[in-house]
Ligand binder design. Structure first.
Ligand SMILES: Cc1cc2nc3c(=O)[nH]c(=O)nc-3n(C[C@H](O)[C@H](O)[C@H](O)COP(=O)(O)OP(=O)(O)OC[C@H]3O[C@@H](n4cnc5c(N)ncnc54)[C@H](O)[C@@H]3O)c2cc1C
Length: 464
């Protein structure tokens, strides 16, 4: 008789958990997985996928406006939120089915309930009075939206509830200006909602390249979003059918809905991790090594719960490496360098590698190449919005350290730029690459002039 019920038990059937469970099972392991909400996890059920569909829905507003310059008459254009949200939910249900069948086909046992650790080799399922044992346990429990601790916090909704709204609000206040806040601000503003964003820091999108942060803030304001930085919220109160957001400096804003977009926290609470010796970070993240192994030898973790880089492809990559290491005899560490990422705001951001600010901290001399231009389409549509392309280059090796784009199709362009950066492309190699004309992306291979000379460093030959 086998020593354990399973070779692998996975807690959480999101992007990371499903991938690890499927691969391990296909490699011959006996695998069980528990999911307390819906199979597919955040990305499929209430993250990337439904969000991107709302982005598409919202973009039609500006597309109709832009179409006029190209000769189209768009009269009587109307939008119906219940239709959009119904169709998005239908697609989410379809994907939920696809993920469930994937596990089924791979022969993974599924438990639709909450699982917590009882000991290093035992999990307790919430819907029954028994424990299951496993040789290896993978925690892939993801993360949850953080609700700021302020008076009236019970009135706040998060991105989770945005996918469930039955009616489109007339006005909305969003607290926080990370990528999720910016995306929902753009979605709702594009659909005609009066959006106010409140952020206590000095500029949106902390840790992104400063040109992207400044450029997107300006563009969103031009598109009608009331973006207020250095603004602290004191409280939220009910007022009539809506809410009143009181600011620390004294004034207040009325809104139909108030959304918190103040970041996410790893799902480690109540999992029984600390009592069996699994180390957690200050923010609750499950601390792992390069092979995703925790402080306890047979317990591993992948995805958002480890708070390394909270993105779907990263969770999937970590899960694949985990399965290769444990079930295919191929130790595979995870390389987190040059991960491309997007902000599906309007306009969009695509970015990979180091920001100019980070590169200047890490490298002795950095060259910047920048192009800012009105895209061809805007010349006829009349949209007064500039596209930004920026390359950050290490002056000594000529290697491109970062590529940052603000404007249409930025995400699509940056996915391919990421291949080049990951392979160590130099600026000279970009210069040698033939442009594809007419496109916006061609700017990446035609930027010849440095944006600015690096500041002279005393005692060095930096200005030579
Ligand atoms: C609004 C939004 C937009 C996003 N957009 C993008 C994007 O455009 N691109 C991108 O790459 N990433 C995006 N992300 C991030 C992406 O969704 C996550 O990085 C990814 O889903 C992480 O996968 P995971 O497997 O770690 O966790 P998850 O997908 O969150 O899966 C964890 C699962 O574990 C379950 N669970 C938790 N605890 C237990 C327990 N004790 N027992 C049983 N089940 C449990 C949860 O219910 C959940 O289903 C977005 C996230 C949000 C919220």
């Amino acid at each position: 008789m086998a020593e354990y019920d399973y070779d692998l038990f996975v807690i959480g059937a999101g992007s990371g958990g499903v991938r690890a469970a499927r691969l391990a099972s296909e490699l011959g392991a006996r695998v069980g997985i528990a999911e307390e909400y819906r199979i597919g996890g955040t990305c499929v059920i209430r993250g990337c996928v439904p969000k991107k569909l709302l982005v598409y829905g919202s973009q039609y507003g500006s597309d109709f406006a832009d179409a006029r310059g190209f000769g189209w008459t768009c009269q009587d254009v109307r939008f119906d939120w219940p239709t959009l949200i119904h169709n998005v939910k239908r697609e989410v249900d379809r994907l939920n089915g696809v993920y469930t069948r994937t596990l089924e086909r791979a022969g993974v046992d599924r438990f639709l309930t909450r699982a917590v650790l009882q000991s290093p080799h035992e999990v307790k399922l919430a819907d029954r009075d028994a424990t299951l044992s496993a040789k290896t346990i993978l925690v892939a429990s993801g993360s949850h939206p953080m609700i700021p601790d302020l008076p009236g916090k019970e009135h706040l909704i998060s991105s989770n509830e945005c996918f469930e709204l039955e009616q489109l609000p007339g006005s909305m206040v969003i607290i926080g200006a990370g990528y999720i806040g910016m995306e929902f601000a753009s979605i709702f503003a594009g659909l005609g909602v009066a959006v106010t964003v409140l952020y206590r820091g000095d500029q949106i999108l902390r840790d992104f390249d400063m040109d992207l942060r400044d450029g997107l803030a300006e563009a969103m304001r031009n598109r009608g979003v009331d973006l207020r930085v250095e603004t602290d919220v004191a409280s939220v109160e009910r007022e009539g059918h809506g809410y009143r957001v009181r600011l620390k400096r004294g004034d207040s804003i009325a809104a139909d809905r108030v959304m918190a977009a103040a970041g996410r926290r790893p799902n480690t609470m109540g999992l029984g991790l600390e009592k069996i010796g699994v180390a957690l970070g200050w923010d609750g993240r499950l601390v792992v090594d390069e092979f995703s192994k925790s402080a306890v030898d047979n317990i591993y973790a992948v995805g958002d719960v480890t708070h390394r880089m909270n993105l779907t492809p990263v969770a999937i990559h970590e899960a694949t490496a985990f399965a290769e290491t444990l079930f295919n005899d191929t130790p595979t560490p995870v390389d987190h360098s040059f991960i491309p990422t997007a902000v599906f705001s309007q306009p969009e951001i695509g970015t990979v590698g180091l920001s100019e600010e980070k590169a200047r901290e890490m490298y002795r001399r950095v060259d910047i190449y920048k192009a800012q231009f009105r895209p061809l389409r805007a010349m006829v549509s009349g949209r007064d919005e500039k596209m930004l392309m920026k390359l950050v280059v290490d002056m000594e090796s000529d290697k491109v350290l970062g590529c940052h784009i603000l404007g249409g199709d930025a995400a699509e362009i940056v996915q391919m730029a990421a291949v080049a950066l990951k392979l160590g492309v130099t600026k000279a190699q970009l210069d040698k690459t033939m442009a594809l004309h007419p496109s916006a992306a061609e700017e990446l291979v035609t930027m010849r002039h440095k944006w600015e000379a690096p500041a002279p460093v005393a005692g060095s030959d930096a200005a030579a």
